[in-house]
Each structure stands twice: as C-alpha cells, then as structure tokens.
Design a protein around this ligand. Structure first.
Ligand code: SF4
Ligand code: SF4
Length: 257
C-alpha cells in the first residue's frame, strides 16, 4: 500500500526504524485494504498484523462502522478520518482523540485526480497524519513524496494542505486545553501568532523555508532590510513556520524557545 510505504520511508528518513506492510481483503478492485506501519527508536522484531495500534487512519468514512466503533485501536488511540462531514461522522467515536480532513476536497482543489475524475487522497492524508505524529516531520514526508510519486508538485501541495489543516485544529485544541486548565472557563482561545526572535534571527541563514512553507502566504520578506514579518490576518496559526525553521528562530508570541 503506497501510503503506508511513504509514511515508513519518511519516518526512516527522520532516523526511526520503520516497517510497512499491507493486508488485502477480497481480492478484487475496490476491496478492503489495510496498511500497517510500525515506527520505533528500537529495532523492530515483530512482523505480525497489529491489533492494538496507537493511530488509525480511516481513508474513507464509509469504512467506519458507527455501531462497532474503530477496530484494532488502543483506548487512548488517535483517529484521523477522511471526511467532509465531520459532524455526522465523528459523533459515535466516544472518547477517542479524533481528527478529520477532507482529503477528497484537497485532492480536487489541487487537481490531483486520475482520468475519470477520482481524487487521489494518499498524500493529503499523509500530510494530515504528519500533523499529528511526532515521529514524522513534514519536511521528511515532503522529500519522500517528491522522490516517489508521479506528479510530485501536486502531491507535495496536497500533503502540505493536509498538514496545515490538521495542525491548525491540533494547535487550537492544545491552546484551548491549556487555557481551560488555567482558568477553567475559557472556550474561545485567542489566535496565536508566530514571531521572529531577535536574538536567534542572528543565526537565520535566509533559507526562506518559513516563507516558502507558509500555506496562507502570511509571511513577507523585505529584501532591503532582510526582515520577515507575519500578517496576522492571513496567518491561520498552523505553526508550520515554527516547526520547519532549521535555526529555531521562530516561536509563538510570548513563548521562549
Ligand atoms: S505564518 Fe506560520 S503559523 Fe502563520 S500560517 Fe504561515 S506557517 Fe502557519
Ligand atoms: S526558516 Fe528560519 S532560518 Fe530559514 S529564513 Fe526563516 S527564520 Fe531564517
């Protein structure tokens, strides 16, 4: 299964041990396929199917059985679902930490469709998964996608869009949790903005990764003063610039790195 293989390659690129394999249901086109990925800092000795996973990616909402709940996932596991109808689909999933992304919509927006019009969702979902997984960096995933997919530009764009949407939702939840922990009653967190740290910017190598990776074009670069700035109206708070800066020169407002 291509998505599982790409994910394992990205994890390996980041220095982890990784293994991927697939299990096929009915041997016909359109039959159910399960892909498995193990990622660890230790050697991977197990080769069997997983029955108690930390993460579950549901590539189409029709694969979820609301009356049974997700199969093969730990009680505190996380779920990522491809759906454009989160309100309908996510109710029934109890206490699981659930994320969603409209991978079909992203693929259509980016023009990543096969002849006949079927959107190709692997890379949008993988990008979204990289937004949840600590073990896979989006830049490693994008590198792997660039080298291993047809139409690499479109696939990279899909991955970045999936990543950005899920990061934005994850960061909002974490901020909300943190604020609720402090005050007990705050429900609408103020949007955080990234800031360029004056001291650390002395080590900035002008790679422009922050500028290039920003999915909303919120970052501008002034060539004369060699300064970057963030447009608070355009920034969606995804945190990609902070995560990607190789010199750790960007942080959230008021946060010291
Ligand atoms: S400025 Fe940074 S946090 Fe804001 S949208 Fe761009 S990459 Fe995301
Ligand atoms: S990503 Fe970091 S090092 Fe690169 S230009 Fe932006 S601030 Fe400078």
């Amino acid at each position: 299964m291509v998505a599982a293989k790409l994910l394992a390659q990205a994890a390996a690129k980041g220095g982890f041990q990784a293994q991927s394999f697939a299990s096929y249901g009915a041997l016909r086109r359109g039959g159910k396929v399960e892909g498995y990925v193990r990622i660890s800092q230790e050697s991977l000795l197990q080769r069997c199917k997983m029955y108690s996973a930390d993460y579950l990616v549901v590539m189409d909402e029709s694969l979820l059985n609301p009356s049974q709940g997700p199969e093969g996932l730990k009680k505190d596991g996380k779920i990522l679902i491809n759906t454009a109808r989160p309100k309908d689909v996510l109710s029934g999933l109890g206490d699981y930490e659930v994320y969603w992304v409209d991978a079909y919509g992203i693929a259509r927006e980016k023009g990543l469709v096969i002849p006949g019009g079927m959107p190709v969702i692997n890379t949008a979902l993988l990008g979204a998964l990289a937004g949840i997984l600590d073990e896979v960096a989006i830049e490693d995933l994008v590198d792997v996608i660039r080298d291993n997919t047809p139409k690499p530009e479109m696939n990279m764009e899909c991955a970045m869009e999936g990543y950005s949407r899920v990061r934005s939702s994850k960061d909002s939840r974490e901020t909300e949790r943190a604020l609720n922990g402090v005050s007990g009653a705050i429900s609408a967190p103020r949007k955080r903005l990234p800031q360029y740290d004056t001291e650390r910017m002395k080590h900035c190598n002008r790679c422009q990764v922050c500028y290039i990776f920003c999915p909303t074009l919120a970052i501008t670069f002034d060539v004369d003063s060699l300064r970057f700035s963030v447009d608070g109206k355009l920034c969606n708070g995804c945190g990609i610039c902070i995560k990607e800066c190789p010199r750790k020169a960007i942080s959230w407002e008021g946060e010291v790195r």
